[in-house]
Design a protein. Structure first.
Length: 669
């Protein structure tokens, strides 16, 4: 046993006697009881998350939340927030005013003093005074009082003005009657954070202004009047106004529109509000407001709030929101007979989504006093139920837009699945010697905005193109015949295809989750194939590759089709070119009748003299290029067309041929 405790037999008795003496010394007098607000001052991190800049501004949020609760409850129409020199912040509302009558439990103290000096006191715990609230008087206000060097409160109530002052959480005197007031009501709190707690940290005007602005967006009925001493604004680069009236009738929709700043979108902004389902006794449980849009480019965002408090770590209301959208879009896909909708997961839906969500619920449960995450379990069901029906109506109200959204999300799902299975080859310098002899003839200019990459069929065409190009700005990459059809090929085949590996390597921008458009080595990627049926097929395969694997290049206008001629018409020293049969017949009429006219048909780009290829197809001053575009409003139709014509189901192609064969003439071919 002694070995177990690591002591020798001789030391044992001494240690036992020592422990006995320590036990005798530990008594009731050693138990320290922290009263009032002293626990807050001893451990501020437990209440405001620390003593840093974020914690400092959390004090402002607590007082502003209390004023917002009065506005949301319908008792206040404006809030004034004023920042003064000396790090004093004043928040005033025109609500009912904190009660000042004696508290029934603490009869020697007013309700106001109880709220400001006692943790877990206030009018928001029972739910009778406020249906929903973000602040809890007595938690928020008392914590702010405890962590303030000075706090002054004025309450205008029942035509009487009351005042009281505090220093580091303790009143300097009783509640004083400051006389009658006719046209004023509400609560005013002016406080200065304690330097003993926060050191030299000062309120930042820009941060407080953003806080006020976000609160004004969250409740469209309130007007927040912001003011800051001009001396606190940091020169011309600080765009924070000295004064502003913040009022947004559009609510969250206005906030979202400002954030996305006109960015291209898949569907218009969907916004609205709804009451949450009633409780078991018909009691009102709250309401939810939202604004949602899906963006063509970039990552999404989801800003959520509960009772106007930012829930930066999300929570159960966000879960209900995601469930409603995911289940609704899957159901729409099933209704439209799109089997691929079943593979959609939440990340596919949320990745390109920009959204604002604001829930107002009774007696919310947060994770910690800083309220960064909502944990109320019933919020998931309430929000999901409220939104699901309205999202279904949004989709059914415009089937074309709904199909475009579905197609957009399915694209993301398929991209996710490809990324999981397909490991992109490590990006290497495209200027090194590639595996296939004579594969890439690179240009010398490094500025991508001035360069072009021509994709041509075979070494013969590649040879002509290399001689016809401008070596400074034009690169040539020959491909062997018809590349892999990525719309019908398995992931394994796609991963093993050397032609596509070399193409991706030459472009330099990667694919999937390694895609980075800023690393694209060429401003224009030009598909240059023969002007015949085989050439059109190769161009279709390449366009399918870019549309499926590198859609951002298509969306940003990097992909083009060259327009080489099919015929050359020569009479004497005069030569002109014709693009196809119909163009040839038109241009024959431009020559003198009766004189010998030679018409030669190019078998392919490799048969064209480099001078002719340069003159007709590669010289920027004389050529014609077609830009390949994918219209956002036609996303669903384009996806269906690619799937039907290039996908694995041959019967869909056969059906298309049957439906359109009569419209094709020999001239079209």
């Amino acid at each position: 046993m002694n070995d177990l405790f690591g002591s020798s037999p001789k030391e044992g008795p001494k240690e036992v006697k020592s422990a006995a003496r320590d036990a005798d010394a530990y008594s009731a007098k050693d138990i320290e009881v922290l009263e009032g607000l002293e626990p807050v001052r001893r451990r501020p991190g437990m209440y405001v998350g620390g003593t840093d800049e974020t914690a400092l501004h959390h004090l402002a949020a607590e007082i502003l939340d209390n004023a917002m609760d009065e506005a949301v409850a319908g008792h206040a129409s404006f809030i004034e927030v004023t920042l003064e020199v000396g790090n004093f912040l004043t928040v005033r509302d025109n609500g009912r005013g904190i009660p000042v009558d004696p508290h029934p439990k603490f009869k020697n103290l007013s309700a106001l003093e109880v709220i400001l000096t006692t943790l877990h006191s206030g009018g928001k715990f029972g739910g009778k005074v406020y249906d929903t609230s973000g602040g809890l008087h007595g938690v928020g206000s008392s914590v702010v009082n405890a962590l303030s060097e000075a706090l002054e409160v004025e309450v205008a109530r029942d035509r009487t003005l009351w005042r009281q002052s505090y220093v580091r959480g303790k009143p300097t005197g009783g509640l004083a009657n400051a006389g009658p007031t006719q046209n004023r009501r509400g609560t005013t709190i002016r406080f200065k954070p304690d330097p003993q707690i926060f050191g030299g940290l000062q309120f930042i005007p820009a941060r407080l202004y953003r806080l006020c602005r976000s609160k004004a967006y969250l409740f469209r009925g309130v007007q927040i009047r912001w003011a800051s001493d001009p001396a606190l604004l940091k020169g011309p680069k600080d765009e924070t106004p000295a004064e502003a009236v913040l009022h947004f009738p559009g609510g969250l929709r206005d906030s979202l529109e400002e954030d996305i700043n006109g960015a291209p979108r898949v569907v218009p902004v969907w916004s609205g509000d709804a009451d949450l389902p009633s409780g078991p006794n018909g009691h009102r449980t709250g309401r939810v407001e939202w604004a949602v849009v899906w963006l063509e480019q970039g990552e999404g965002l989801l800003d959520s709030y509960c009772n106007t408090v930012p829930t930066v770590q999300g929570g159960t209301h966000e879960t209900g929101f995601r469930n409603a959208l995911l289940k609704g879009l899957r159901a729409w896909g099933e209704q439209r007979g799109n089997r691929r909708a079943a593979q959609i997961v939440a990340d596919d839906l949320l990745g390109g989504m920009a959204a604002k969500l604001s829930a107002f619920i009774r007696e919310p449960q947060f994770q910690g006093q800083t309220k960064e995450k909502l944990t109320s379990p019933e919020a998931t069901r309430l929000v999901e139920t409220a939104l699901r029906d309205r999202f279904d109506h949004f989709l059914a109200g415009d089937p074309t837009q709904a199909d475009n959204l579905l197609a957009f999300v399915i694209e993301r799902a398929e991209d996710r699945l490809r990324r999981r299975e397909l490991k992109d080859t490590p990006r290497k310098s495209a200027t090194r010697r590639l595996r296939l002899p004579g594969k890439l003839a690179d240009c010398t200019v490094e500025d991508a905005g001035r360069t072009e990459l021509f994709l041509v069929e075979g070494d013969s065409a590649g040879g002509s193109a290399k001689q016809a190009r401008d070596r400074a700005t034009q690169a040539v990459l020959p491909l062997r015949g018809k590349i892999l059809n990525v719309a019908s090929a398995s992931t394994e085949k796609l991963r093993q295809n050397q032609e596509l590996k070399d193409l991706i390597e030459a472009l330099g921008c990667g694919v999937g989750d390694r895609f980075d458009r800023s690393r694209l080595r060429y401003g224009r990627v030009i598909i240059m194939t023969d002007a015949d049926v085989d050439g059109a097929h190769i161009a279709s395969l390449l366009m399918t590759f870019f549309y499926r694997e590198l859609p951002e290049l298509v969306r940003h206008g990097h992909l083009y089709l060259a327009q080489p001629p099919l015929y050359r018409l020569t009479q004497g020293a005069k030569s002109i070119y014709a693009m196809n049969d119909a163009d040839r017949e038109r241009k024959v009429k431009l020559f003198k009748a009766g004189a010998k006219l030679e018409i030669s048909r190019f078998k392919g780009l490799g048969e064209m003299p480099p001078s002719a290829l340069k003159e007709t197809t590669m010289d920027p001053s004389r050529r014609t290029l077609l830009k390949v575009v994918a219209l956002a409003e036609e996303r669903a139709r384009t996806n269906d067309l690619v799937e039907n014509l290039m996908g694995r189901r041959a019967e869909l192609r056969f059906q298309f041929i049957q439906e359109h064969a009569r419209t094709v003439s020999e001239v079209d071919i």
